[in-house]
Design a protein around this ligand. Structure first.
Ligand code: IMP
Length: 200
C-alpha cells in the first residue's frame, strides 16, 4: 500500500521508511506529498497526538497517512517527559541540551529505569483508523554514548544489548525499538483490517 508519513523528523522518517519498505509498502514523506504545515500537538496522549497528525496529513494529501507520536518515560520522574519529550526543558534546547538536562535531573538518582513508547496511527481517506503501540525498555546512562539515531538515543541503554540506542545501526535499532515494534504490530493490524474489508 502507498502511505504518506506524517512527520518532519528526519530520524523518525528514516526509521519508519526502512521498516515499512521492508514490509513491502511504498512511502512518501509529507513534504514530498506537498504538505508543509506543522500540526499542533495538543493531545494528552501519544495516541491523540498521532491521530491529530495523521488526520491532518491525510486530509491535505488524500492519501492514507501514518503518524508516529513517541517519547521517553522515565520511572523516577513519574513517566516524564512522556508526551512532552520534544519540548523537555523548553523550546530553547536541542537534543544535546535535553540530554544534558535529563542527566543533570537524574544526577542523584539510582533508579534509572525508563522506556521509549511509540504510538502509530494510520488514517485512511474514508476516515478509518488503524493503530498500534510499541515500547522499548532500558535505563538512563550516566553519560551519552554513540552517535547514531536521534533525540534521547545516546543516553538510553537498551535492555539486553549492553549498548546505547545511539550505538546501534539503523537495522539494529529498528529490530528492538519502540517504533520498530509498533510498526510490526501495525502491519499485523493492517492485514486484519484489509481482510475484514475485502482489500487485496
Ligand atoms: P513527537 O513524537 O514529535 O512529539 O516527538 C517525540 C520526541 O521524543 C522526539 O523529539 C525525541 O525527543 C523523543 N523520541 C521519540 N522517539 C525517539 C527515539 O527513537 N530516539 C530518541 N528520542 C526519541
Amino acid at each position: 500500500m502507498k502511505f504518506v508519513l506524517a512527520s518532519n523528523n528526519k530520524g523518525k522518517l528514516r526509521e519508519m521508511k526502512a521498516v515499512l519498505e521492508q514490509l513491502g509498502h511504498e512511502v512518501v514523506t509529507q513534504s514530498e506529498a506537498g504538505f508543509s504545515g506543522e500540526v499542533e500537538e495538543t493531545g494528552a496522549t501519544f495516541y491523540e497526538n498521532a491521530l491529530l497528525k495523521a488526520r491532518a496529513v491525510m486530509e491535505a494529501t488524500g492519501l492514507p497517512a501514518i503518524a508516529d507520536d513517541s517519547g521517553l518515560m522515565v520511572e523516577a520522574l513519574g513517566g516524564r517527559p512522556g508526551v512532552h519529550s520534544k519540548r523537555f526543558g523548553g523550546g530553547g534546547l536541542d537534543d544535546a541540551g535535553r540530554n544534558a538536562l535529563l542527566l543533570k535531573t537524574l544526577e542523584n538518582e539510582e533508579h534509572r529505569a525508563a522506556q521509549f513508547v511509540s504510538s502509530i496511527v494510520c488514517v485512511f481517506p474514508n476516515g478509518d483508523v488503524v493503530s498500534s503501540e510499541g515500547v522499548c525498555r532500558g535505563s538512563i546512562l550516566r553519560a551519552p554514548r554513540g552517535s547514531g539515531g536521534f533525540g534521547y538515543d545516546p543516553v538510553f541503554l537498551v535492555d539486553g544489548t549492553g549498548k546505547s540506542m545511539a550505538e546501534l545501526t539503523l537495522e539494529e535499532k529498528n529490530a528492538v525499538s519502540h517504533r520498530g515494534n509498533a510498526l510490526r504490530l501495525f502491519e499485523k493490524r493492517l492485514r486484519e483490517y484489509e481482510s475484514k474489508n475485502g482489500i487485496r
